[in-house]
Design a protein around this ligand. Structure first.
Ligand code: SF4
Length: 848
């Protein structure tokens, strides 16, 4: 017999985290909700740190080591289960050799609950697992710890092994420590039982992994030819995913963005460079494209599990959509019942919201939580930016502090993230919400009302002061705030009618919010009626996030805005620069690729996403348009001014230029205005002119539902009536200016009025001031670049394929300025028309 023939194949190794293993085997009971505890990320970390400091000061412990990486292998019949995780704390006594024990630390908001008096099943299981792992030789996580140099595994195993759970209140650091002891042999037997219980699932998972890897290896690009720029795009994505360095790609329409990112990411997954792929979008339409692209790859033989995530409010099965085990039947016994739903769900390659709702209904489990549990075992997760970047809904199981995995973050339509991320890290507190909560308490828990009174009085005083603020009032920003806050240092930023900003934390307000939050936890337990509970919970969550932003995120890039609108006060802890928050999500661990058709200029988006530090900056790639440039006819009506002051004077010229453009396009057109106000102002002049040249004129309305948006777009499918076409009049930045595809004859002209500048206001001005001070480009960062992005997006509706042709008309004299011209895409070949006569002449030569 040859040596070759005697060798058996190496056993399959499957890695599983401690968290996932115990959650799978020892899950129990119903869902518990962060909404009530309000604890996430940093607050938990801060509480842990404070608790560790207190613990170290106690004489009984020589050392307390934190976040210790431990691992264990369990050898099953045909596979090795590699279990890894991080124990919260190792406690070492002064003895020689030291007595060492494991402690798991759990942070609790408010007073400790009954469940924490005896310990929760999953928490005990974690502590037991780490206590067992500590008795295994050669733990690489221990070798560098001076306090454990004399730690002897044999001695640890001989004595009863002690392990603890500590529940710590984030409010006052009061804690309850629960301790158990058992022999290491008992722990070893329990570990084996746990792994045995996981074995069948693990075997299936290992088989799936093998098949997936083979299919990725065999996968070929699904089209016979690469589009222009696609090879460079995919090569750059693969390189940056492998090196885990961020990348920005501006890839015009037609470069096949979805496939150009997913295909190399899947190859990186096959090579082990990343553990999971997150395809992140701003809109559900883009998610559909990503799911469709995966389907194309599956048809090429790819075996790969994906999950498309849907927001809680949309996927929820509970009529009240109130996450409370007392109210929602799908939450009550979630962990007891979810196992069968997971097994059934994982039989599918493409897991979508419809499947999760169906399984949720069948097994009586929450479909939102189910989709997250299923996503744990998926290779590609498709969902909103929120799931990764928003501190309120970030998926801690994938991005929490203990997570050791490496993910690929593919951020589609990334230009949207710039503004979205500012909102994610800003907190709002509304007087209106407080009034609704007060009305509810008045009816159902009147004894709680006095506790709300100081907060109400604070807001009322600030509102009154703000109403006196404004031009010519003699009031300043600081003097409005000084009505409620003391000890204001150099706090004035900017004031405007009914508006005041502050560059320091509003300490009195934060103190009042802290008091409210403490009391409110009990009120929420005491109110039984759902409808009464909801407004109080809304207020509680607003206050909680306000406190969190001020405690966890506040920096020199923050301001407090106070504004009175329709008699009600709104406070906003406004984030002006989010780059340091975004970087923290992926730096050193995950690989991020930001891509969009419009990331102009790349240097601006690079700073917004990655900051100014040289080491953090992303590489960038600017791809050319793959379409023939002559298919786009670009005219600029450069003799017309559309600034706010000139709108009245230029109204007739704008309307006439639009009518000329629509006539010359000889097909369906979209007209974009910078705002509804401007659109409304021009409507009486414009509509009669358009109706002479168009069969149908449709106007976008501020709050159109899905059906009316679909009807608006369906009009572009109609054939022309007597040579007259459909004209849609919409606003830039709205739902018709991006994410829609009107291919071929469905759209022949796009006409854009103005340069898309964001609305003027004190908030924008403060953003300008901030960037002026930081990098001397305030106007560009606050106004020009965000505005021009809207222009590019609206213009991008026109040419969607190689054979599309059309007319783009830009109406504004500012397009002649160098700062705008240098932003024009390379394939734009503008013809400038100073007068309407010149415009008419150029248009008629186009339409001939
Ligand atoms: S079904 Fe709805 S209400 Fe119930 S736990 Fe899930 S999301 Fe919350």
């Amino acid at each position: 017999m040859t040596e070759q023939a005697t060798k058996s194949p190496p056993p399959t190794v499957l890695s599983v985290s401690v968290r996932n293993l115990v959650a799978f085997v020892h899950r129990d009971g119903g869902l518990s909700f962060a909404a009530y505890s309000g604890l996430t990320g940093q607050i938990g970390t801060q509480t842990h740190q404070a608790f560790y400091r207190a613990l170290r000061q106690k004489a009984s412990y020589h050392q307390a080591e934190e976040e210790i990486a431990l691992e264990a292998d369990w050898i099953g019949p045909d596979l090795v289960l590699h279990v890894r995780g991080r124990a919260d704390l190792l406690l070492c006594s002064d003895d020689l050799p030291p007595k060492v024990s494991v402690m798991e630390v759990k942070t609790v908001a408010g007073p400790l609950q009954d469940t924490q008096l005896k310990g929760e099943t999953l928490h005990w299981a974690q502590a037991r697992l780490y206590a067992y792992m500590l008795g295994l030789p050669a733990q690489s996580g221990l070798s560098h710890l001076p306090s454990l140099q004399t730690f002897a595994v044999e001695a640890y195993r001989r004595q009863p092994v002690r392990y603890s759970l500590a529940y710590v209140s984030s409010e006052d650091l009061s804690c309850r420590i629960l301790t158990r002891e058992e022999s290491w042999a008992e722990l070893a037997a329990w570990f084996a039982e746990t792994c045995q219980a996981y074995l069948l699932f693990a075997q299936n998972q290992a088989r799936y992994n093998q098949l997936r890897q083979a299919s990725i290896k065999a996968l070929r690009f699904p089209f016979p030819r690469l589009r222009d720029g696609q090879k460079a795009f995919m090569t750059a994505v693969l390189r940056h995913l492998t090196t885990r360095t961020p990348l920005l790609v501006q890839a015009p329409t037609g470069t096949g963005k979805t496939l150009s990112t997913l295909y190399p990411a899947i190859k990186a997954l096959g090579a082990g460079a990343v553990d999971q792929i997150f395809y992140l979008t701003a809109k559900s339409a883009t998610q559909t494209v990503a799911c469709g692209t995966l389907q194309i790859l599956r048809e090429q033989g790819l075996l790969l599990r994906s999950a498309a995530l849907q927001a809680k409010e949309k996927i929820c099965l509970c009529p009240e959509c109130f996450c409370d085990t007392q109210i929602c039947p799908y939450a009550r016994n979630y962990y007891q019942q979810v196992g069968a739903a997971i097994d059934e769900g994982l039989a599918n390659e493409a897991i979508d919201p419809a499947l999760c709702r169906e399984l949720g209904q069948k097994h009586q489990v929450c479909p939102f939580e189910l989709q997250l549990d299923l996503a744990t075992y998926c290779d590609v997760i498709i969902g909103d930016y929120n799931y990764v970047f928003d501190p309120r809904v970030r998926l801690e199981r994938f991005f929490g502090s203990g997570c050791q995995q490496h993910h690929a973050l593919l951020v589609d339509e990334a230009h949207n993230l710039a503004e979205r991320a500012l909102d994610m890290y800003s907190a709002v507190f509304e007087e209106e919400t407080l009034l609704q909560a007060a009305a509810s308490l008045q009816q159902f828990l009147p004894q709680a009302l006095p506790a709300l009174a100081p907060l109400q009085a604070y807001l009322a005083r600030l509102r009154e002061a703000l109403l006196k603020t404004g031009a010519g009032s003699g009031q300043t920003s600081a003097s409005a705030w000084s009505a409620v806050e003391s000890d204001l240092r150099d706090a004035q930023v900017l004031s405007a009618p009914s508006f005041a900003a502050l560059t320091q934390k509003p300490r009195q307000l934060l103190r009042l919010l802290g008091q409210f939050v403490s009391g409110c936890r009990e009120w929420l337990q005491d109110i039984d009626e759902l409808e009464a509970k909801r407004p109080v919970l809304d207020l509680y969550l607003q206050a909680l996030f306000f406190l969190r932003v001020s405690g966890e995120f506040w920096s020199a890039a923050y301001c407090v805005f106070a504004r009175v609108n329709r008699g009600k006060l709104t406070l906003r802890l406004a984030c002006l620069d989010v780059s340091d928050k975004l970087i923290q999500v992926f730096r050193n661990q995950h690989a991020a690729v930001f891509f969009s058709a419009t990331l102009t200029p790349l240097s601006y988006y690079n700073q917004v996403f990655c900051g100014l530090a040289r080491d953090d900056r992303a590489d960038s790639l600017d791809l050319p348009s793959p379409f023939p440039p002559e298919n786009l006819k670009l005219l600029v009506a450069s003799g017309i001014q559309t600034t706010y002051q000139e709108r009245q004077a230029s109204a007739i010229a704008v309307a006439q230029a639009l009518a000329l453009g629509v006539k010359a396009a000889r097909g369906n057109c979209l007209i974009f205005f910078p705002s509804y106000a401007y659109l409304t102002q021009l409507q009486p002049l414009l509509l009669p002119l358009l109706q002479r040249v168009a069969a149908t004129v449709l106007l976008q309305k501020p709050s159109m539902n899905e059906a009316s948006r679909a009807a608006f777009l369906a009009a572009f499918d109609r054939p022309p009536v007597n040579g007259a076409y459909t004209v849609g009049v919409a606003v830039m930045g709205g739902s018709f200016s991006e994410g829609i595809d009107l291919l071929g004859d469905r759209l022949s002209g796009v006409l854009i009025v103005g340069v898309g500048l964001p609305q003027l206001g004190p908030e924008r001005e403060i953003l300008r001031q901030y960037y002026d001070e930081k990098s001397h480009n305030g106007f560009q960062y606050a106004y020009l670049y965000p505005g021009f992005n809207k222009v590019l997006q609206a213009a991008g509706r026109l040419i969607r394929s190689e054979t599309d042709q059309g007319l783009l008309l830009l109406i504004d004299e500012r397009y002649t300025r160098p700062d705008y011209r240098q932003l024009f895409p390379a394939h734009w070949q503008p013809v400038y028309c100073e007068s309407l006569k010149e415009l008419k002449s150029n248009l008629s030569s186009i339409s001939r």
